[in-house]
Design a protein around this ligand. Structure first.
Ligand code: ZN
Length: 301
């Protein structure tokens, strides 16, 4: 019998990356399609897998790492359904409807959990038992992987919305989260930076002060992750982290905040090995989606 293949989907707000892969991660065919409305995008997605499977063999499971918010509780009747997403047309769309014709298990996770899995397996988190992966971009999200499993409660974590300390004298900007105002995302994500200074961090002239301020919030998040999860490593990716000097400032300030309280060889002096940039870059999402498909395949065997 032919080896069952994995259909992997990295579903982003602007594009879908689709891959047909072997269980060992080898990609047999890959494509990118723009994210339009769910009817068109899902039809194109199913087409790709139908055609790819006809040339390479039957699909045994799907792994999906998707933008959200999306129901990722396998026990829920609406598992795989987009919930309150602001993206027009996507609320109520369900991956299972689009992939149901293949009659195989479908495993869904958030994009950040998928990327965390990818980094844990093949990126900057290789060799870690517990890894926290955070993206700082349009929003802020964190996925925690322990021994190959994504941690979650009744839903995915929302560490981007933790409250952080803000000194109004130093930062009069009140934050832009519609729910919390000056939560972490409301102060440090891309839209907050543009709202406060009129441009992205890497383009600002008085960048040094801005970088230190943004780092002060991300460092609070980093220290919180250490205290909550004791990860072996923290990875910070996403567009905002490309700003020169930002990761160095996060390391410096997180070390000060931790105050030497957590003494462990993993937390090297200066945190240069502890707080790092991603290893996979743009490939983390699809690598993670393949890993999710593998989990679904193994669970159904
Ligand atoms: Zn918030």
């Amino acid at each position: 019998m032919a080896e069952a293949l994995i259909g992997a989907v990295e579903a982003g707000g602007t594009k879908f990356v689709l891959a047909l892969a072997r269980k060992d991660g080898t990609i047999l065919r890959e494509t990118r399609i723009p994210t339009r409305d769910p009817r068109e995008t899902f039809a194109e997605m199913a087409d790709f897998f139908r055609t790819a499977s006809a040339s390479h063999g039957p699909i045994g499971a799907f792994g999906v790492a998707s933008f959200g918010p999306i129901d990722i509780d396998p026990a829920s009747p609406t598992y795989g359904t987009f919930t309150a997403t602001p993206k027009p047309g996507w609320q109520g769309a369900r991956f299972h409807d689009a992939l149901g014709e293949f009659g195989v298990p479908v495993r869904i996770e958030t994009d950040v959990n998928g990327a965390a899995m990818g980094e844990w397996l093949a990126g900057a988190g290789r060799g870690c038992r517990t890894l926290a992966y955070t993206t700082v971009g349009t929003g802020i999200g964190t996925g925690v992987v322990t021994a190959g499993t994504q941690l979650a409660g009744f839903s995915h974590y929302e560490a981007g919305h933790i409250p952080v300390r803000r000194d109004p004298a130093r930062d009069p900007f009140g934050g832009c989260c519609p729910f919390h105002g000056d939560c972490l995302e409301g102060l440090a994500a891309g839209p907050a930076i543009v709202a406060r200074w009129g441009d992205s961090l890497d383009k600002l002239e008085a960048r040094e002060t801005a970088v230190e301020l943004v780092a002060s919030y991300i460092a609070q998040h980093a220290a919180t992750l250490v205290l909550m999860h004791m990860p072996d490593r923290l990875i910070y990716g996403g567009g905002v982290m490309h700003a020169p000097g930002l990761i160095a400032a996060v390391r410096r300030q997180a070390e000060v905040l931790l105050g030497g309280y957590v003494a462990n060889e993993r937390l090297d002096p200066g945190l240069e090995r502890y707080i790092v940039l991603p290893g996979l870059g743009d490939d983390a999402g699809i690598t993670g989606a393949i890993a999710l498909g593998r989990q679904a395949l193994d669970a159904s065997a």
